[in-house]
Design a protein around this ligand. Structure first.
Ligand code: PXL
Length: 273
């Protein structure tokens, strides 16, 4: 069985970061080891959330694992809290990276052209450094534009996306997967670039006009879980895009109209079939 380490916060209520990564990657058949970077009462789109930073726990926890001889087939990082925490995560990569460890970085920090409340340009720069250490990165268009210094655009063509991917590629990771890429009216999806082959890969499906929190985490967690099942990055990206779109559609049909997260619990049985 593959073993994945995922490093991100626990938002106790909110369906994002670890509360998505743990169930999804486990359901896809990999042992999922978690390293919580902070405990929040909810994700940061709620008002008045509490937050306990766990930076001082990262070193003792990982030192214990090291002394136990633990190894990982993948390390997947998502939302992190601070610039110093990203430096700690870089150390963790150095400690546990082997020839067969896939490092997947989702530089969670922004969406819809804006940084999330806790972040600034120093954080953007640090996240770009973290991306340089990854095998695969999965930013959305906003995060990519911040990290590459390109203008964020709501409307664009494929040349804009190719340029973003080339600049992401220059950051250092071997595969760059951009999420939230809409190349035709009524469609949205993903587009990736692989340095070794020089190939682009586009996958588009229907666009659903709804924005939920945690959908980026759902995409990335599914992507990681599918890669660990042995799929190549293109197939993993396609399945993760379909699954995320389907889950948004199912959530929209929920008469209770959830606002803070998607109903992935309802769709997970279909994913693992
Ligand atoms: O889904 C990304 C995410 C993860 N964790 C926390 C967040 C967010 C997005 O805002 O606030 C705490």
């Amino acid at each position: 069985m593959k073993r994945v380490l995922t490093i991100q916060d626990i938002s106790c209520l909110g369906k994002c970061s670890l509360t998505i990564a743990l169930p999804v990657i486990s359901a896809l058949g990999s042992e999922t080891v978690i390293l919580p970077t902070a405990v929040l009462s909810t994700h940061t789109m709620f008002k008045n959330f509490t937050c306990k930073d766990l930076s001082d726990q990262l070193e003792p926890i990982t030192a214990h694992w090291k002394s136990e001889g633990v190894t990982f087939d993948a390390i997947y990082t998502g939302y992190l809290g601070t610039v110093t925490q990203i430096d700690q995560v870089k150390d963790i990569f150095r400690t546990f990276r082997t020839d067969k460890t896939k490092i997947i970085v989702d530089p969670v920090m922004a969406d819809n052209g804006k940084l999330y409340p806790a972040f600034d340009m120093d954080y953007v720069k640090k996240n770009a450094e973290l991306c340089a250490e990854a095998d695969i990165i999965v930013p959305n268009i906003t995060e990519a534009s911040f990290m590459t210094g390109m203008d964020y655009r709501e409307e664009y063509d494929i040349d804009y996306v190719k340029e973003l991917l080339q600049r992401l590629n220059a950051l250092g990771a071997g595969v760059s997967v951009l999420t939230g890429v809409s190349l035709e009216k009524g469609k949205t999806g993903v587009m990736g670039y692989e340095r070794e082959t020089g190939e682009y890969y586009v996958y588009q499906n229907r666009r659903i006009d709804a924005a939920y929190h945690g959908t980026g985490d759902l995409f990335s967690s599914t992507f990681v879980g599918e890669m660990m099942r042995g799929l190549n990055w293109r197939d993993a990206m396609r399945i993760a895009a379909d699954y995320t779109a389907h889950t948004i559609e199912v959530t929209l049909q929920n008469p209770k109209k959830p606002w803070y997260g998607v109903d992935f619990e309802a769709t997970l049985p279909e994913l693992i079939k």
